[in-house]
Design a protein around this ligand. Structure first.
Ligand SMILES: [Zn+2]
Ligand SMILES: [Zn+2]
Length: 148
């Protein structure tokens, strides 16, 4: 399947497209992801930035990840929508925020990080890979997820 996948921020100042299929997605229930999304959890797909065709220029701000590594968080400077994260600036390997896809409702999280911090009332698919915190090799874990 080589569908063209499209997405962008809420105000449409930043738009992107890439060729499908969409890689396996995962959710993270940690406190940082609750802040970042202003919601119960984040949902992301790992991919390479050069797979994206981007119009508009996101802003970036830096945080420190659970691993202790620097993390670059790209967002729309106009509407504030978080778009993707990377361990480098300019970005190379990214995690794209699933909620920014124009059509995302058929994407199930194949894995869950920081289930120990999960919001009350959120029930997870028992078929999913559930981590109480996060694996030491997070990149390998997310790249090995299989769609459910
Ligand atoms: Zn925007
Ligand atoms: Zn998180």
């Amino acid at each position: 399947m080589t569908d063209v996948i499209t997405g962008g921020c809420q105000c449409e100042a930043v738009r992107y497209m890439f060729n499908g299929p969409v890689p396996a997605a995962y959710a993270c229930h940690c406190g940082e992801c609750k802040k970042q999304t202003a919601s119960a959890f984040s949902m992301s797909i790992p991919m390479t930035f050069d797979a994206l065709t981007v119009t508009g220029t996101p802003k970036v701000f830096e945080t420190i990840a659970h691993s202790g590594k620097q993390k670059f968080n790209y967002f729309c400077g106009n509407c504030g929508t978080r778009l993707w994260h990377s361990d480098s600036n300019p970005p190379k390997n990214i995690t794209l925020k699933v909620g920014t896809l124009d059509v995302s409702s058929d994407i199930a999280p194949a894995g869950h990080l920081w289930v120990s911090r999960k919001q009350a009332g959120i029930t997870l698919d028992p078929e999913s890979d559930q981590q109480q915190t996060q694996p030491d090799d997070l990149i390998a874990w997310r790249n090995n997820l299989e769609k459910i």
